[in-house]
Write a protein that binds this ligand. Structure first.
Ligand code: PRT
Ligand code: MG
Length: 213
């Protein structure tokens, strides 16, 4: 049995065409069912649904053989002990700094002000601002970062941006692009040895179906 860990939503949706290229179709709709283990058209392949930030943990400890997870999750929560053969180029976005559109970020940085930054990405943010020599107080949030500058909780946020519509709708502007993000295939190292052939076939099929840039 091969177990693939996915999170509901964009990772699940955007992984489906890659699975199809490997001749695998998920036979249940995760948005309609409450099941956490989904069957596929291949009797030896199943999909487990986990929180996006739990995908690396499942793969690292062998709860799943393979997983699809954002580079943001891998860099923030650790990517040790996993084989990472492919940038799948799906669920693409960028990690950025954003502020209220009436906040003068450039001046605040130039003056050496201490910035209050709210984010789910505390580790990546600490590294980024340290590399720029900007002093920050980081405030850990678990969601809806966009609200923080609007309520006075923070001067800036570090969050993922794809279309920019969420920022715009909340009167925020992107002032720095920290890094480009996309989803990665991660593979449990022991599984790669023990189930080499079937896993290799899935990796190769995914590789051939990666969207071009
Ligand atoms: O939502 P939940 O708390 O369950 O978990 P999650 O947010 O970790 O999962 P999910 O499914 O939202 O995101 C999974 C992965 O998709 C992330 O780890 C990223 O690698 C990737 N991804 C790609 C994104 C986005 N694009 C994205 N736009 N993840 C989140 N967003 C959010 C962003 O945080 C912001 O709130 O969408 C909003 C901005 O989108 P635009 O299009 O308005 O700019
Ligand atoms: Mg989300």
């Amino acid at each position: 049995m091969i177990t693939l860990a996915l999170s509901k939503g964009r990772i699940f949706e955007e992984t489906m065409p890659l699975l199809a290229a490997a001749g695998i179709e998920v036979t249940e709709d995760p948005e309609k069912s409450r099941k956490l283990i989904l069957d596929t058209t291949r009797p030896d392949v199943r999909v487990v649904l986990v929180r996006a930030s739990d995908v690396p943990t499942y793969v690292q400890y062998g709860g799943a053989d393979l997983g699809v997870t954002g580079l943001d999750v891998l860099l923030e929560n650790g990517n040790q002990g996993m084989y990472q053969p492919l940038d799948l180029r799906i669920a693409a976005c960028r990690l950025s700094v954003a502020v209220r559109n009436d906040y003068d970020y450039a001046s605040a940085v130039k003056q050496g002000s201490r910035l209050r930054v709210a984010t789910k990405y505390v580790g990546l943010s600490r590294d980024f601002f340290a590399s720029k020599g900007v002093h920050v107080d980081l405030i850990k949030l678990y969601g809806s970062m966009e609200l923080a500058p609007l309520t006075g909780l923070a001067d800036a946020i570090v969050d993922l941006v794809s279309t920019g519509n969420t920022l715009k709708a909340n009167h925020l502007v992107e002032v720095e692009r920290i890094m480009d993000i996309s989803a990665r295939l991660v593979v449990n190292q022991a599984a790669l040895k023990l189930k080499r052939e079937p896993i290799r076939r899935i990796i190769d099929a995914f590789a051939s179906a990666i969207p071009s840039v």
